[in-house]
Design a protein around this ligand. Structure first.
Ligand SMILES: Cc1cc2nc3c(=O)[nH]c(=O)nc-3n(C[C@H](O)[C@H](O)[C@H](O)COP(=O)(O)OP(=O)(O)OC[C@H]3O[C@@H](n4cnc5c(N)ncnc54)[C@H](O)[C@@H]3O)c2cc1C
Length: 209
């Protein structure tokens, strides 16, 4: 990212001490280190609301397992635009975090991002047909090339033994799996981002405000 030192100073106010302000604050300081920023947080700590790990699911949203990102149109075809947009955005997020680690702004990426397979599991004729269509439509795109599909009971037992326990053998089931999914602890990430941000000149973090 090029630093644009020639731009005039600006003072920026960010409301809320969650992942959004932490990310935007760092982006702004990367673009122009002369910017001064005040962050207002009504609570007595950062990352205590939605960004806290206990308050969200922690899935790195890449549309690998979020079935709502590929809605079915009236003609039965699947619209995969949103899935591709979200998967692309998440690749940008990962590039941004990798850049921050490379800059040594924080040193333990495993404290906030870890690899975990993303599985979508469905049952019943309609949903199995939907998942198969979704798989066929997505796998052609490079971002989803690692996705695999199965309706084979013995294979599904290996993918997710607990989910498969005590299931009826005549039940129609299927799943897709992507091994390169991620689990993200947005709370730890937010705290790490704020630790770096508040070490920079011109940054004021006001808690209980
Ligand atoms: C149940 C659930 C599951 C989720 N699962 C996922 C997931 O798996 N993957 C994913 O990527 N996302 C997930 N999300 C979404 C994700 O958690 C949020 O998009 C993200 O944390 C929002 O960050 P934020 O900084 O906007 O909000 P927050 O982290 O909520 O931060 C906002 C801050 O603003 C403060 N504030 C509010 N009003 C004021 C004010 N007037 N003055 C000062 N401070 C104020 C609050 O106290 C809070 O600290 C989930 C969300 C929920 C609720």
């Amino acid at each position: 990212m090029d630093k644009i030192n020639t731009r005039p100073n600006k003072h920026i106010s960010l409301i809320g001490g969650g992942i959004m302000s932490a990310t935007l604050g760092i982006l702004l300081k990367e673009l122009n280190p002369n910017f001064t920023i005040t962050i207002y947080e009504r609570l007595n700590e950062v990352a205590a609301e939605s960004s806290d790990a206990w308050n969200n699911a922690g899935t790195g949203h890449s549309a690998f397992c979020e079935l709502n990102y590929t809605p079915q149109k009236e003609d039965g075809c699947l619209d995969i635009k949103k899935a591709i947009k979200i998967a692309s955005s998440f690749e940008l997020s990962k590039s941004f975090w990798a850049y921050l680690v490379k800059q040594q702004y924080f040193d333990k990426p495993e404290s906030f991002i870890n690899n975990i397979p993303h599985i979508s599991f469905v049952w019943g004729d309609d949903d199995v047909a939907f998942l198969k269509n979704r798989f066929e439509a997505l796998k052609k795109h490079p971002l989803f090339a690692d996705m695999i599909y199965s309706d084979d009971v013995s294979e599904l037992m290996q993918w997710m033994p607990l989910v498969m326990q005590h299931r009826l053998s005549n039940e129609k089931i299927a799943a897709t799996k992507v091994d390169i999914g991620t689990d993200v602890n947005f709370g730890n990430l937010t705290r790490s981002l704020f630790t770096h941000l508040t070490s920079l000149d011109g940054i004021e973090l006001l808690l209980n405000h």
